[in-house]
Write a protein that binds this ligand. Structure first.
Ligand code: HEM
Ligand code: HEM
Length: 162
């Protein structure tokens, strides 16, 4: 895989669009949850914009993550900053890999739950909520550590194409 000097504009835009789209997925899930339970009991449900928002938002996130991975495979990603301690590099890499994996598995399990009526998929979907939040928290803490403790301007790498 090539090692460019920085992320491309496409990679940067996708990073921030995904981060933004995740917010409503976490706030607006009550409707789909209630509808999912109602369907399980054999009750009828009616269309609602909040239901559509969770389904289409989730599908958009899945497609954007696949696009991100394809871009990364073709263009690569920059090396970690030179002053980043080796242990921190390993943690950052593990968090990135886990974020990619969970953001593929979450929408896929949602699709299996909703369209395939697979209860195990629904349980998995619900179970993944906290690990995702924890990973995002760790990731943001890491970015802030770079910014304010190491002061190496890492966040610039996700703002300016290189
Ligand atoms: C990255 C994308 C997604 C995220 C972050 C996400 C997040 C969530 C969250 C936080 C809940 C509430 C869990 C709870 O507290 O019980 C939920 C519920 C649900 N979501 Fe998603 N979702 C995503 C994509 C999808 C997709 C594509 C579908 C497919 C239609 C879907 C279907 C469902 C269903 C059926 C429920 C209710 C059942 C359950 O709780 O597992 N989700 N989702
Ligand atoms: C305020 C919020 C956020 C900040 C400040 C931030 C910052 C950054 C920075 C600076 C990098 C580049 C790291 C490097 O060059 O080594 C990065 C990469 C990354 N971020 Fe974030 N991020 C945020 C939110 C998120 C969210 C919500 C996700 C979840 C999808 C995420 C997923 C990733 C991933 C997977 C990478 C690795 C990209 C790659 O190398 O392919 N970030 N982030």
């Amino acid at each position: 895989m090539p090692t460019p000097k920085g992320y491309s504009l496409g990679q940067i835009r996708l990073h921030w669009i995904v981060a933004l789209l995740l917010v409503p997925q976490f706030i607006l899930h009550d409707t789909i949850k209630a509808d999912f339970i109602a369907i399980g009991k054999g009750e009828a449900i009616s269309f609602s914009p909040l239901l559509a928002a969770h389904i289409f938002g989730g599908i958009a996130l899945l497609l954007l993550m696949i696009w991100r991975l394809a871009l990364r495979a073709r263009r690569g990603a920059p090396r970690p900053p030179a002053d980043e301690p080796a242990a921190l590099q390993a943690v950052a890499k593990a968090v990135h890999v886990a974020l990619y994996a969970i953001l593929l598995l979450l929408p896929l399990s949602g699709l299996f739950a909703w369209f395939g009526h697979v209860n195990a998929a629904a349980q998995f979907h619900e179970l993944m909520k906290l690990p995702l939040l924890a990973l995002v928290g760790l990731h943001v803490l890491g970015a802030l550590y770079h910014q304010f403790v190491l002061k190496n301007g890492l966040i610039e790498r996700m703002k300016r194409a290189g």
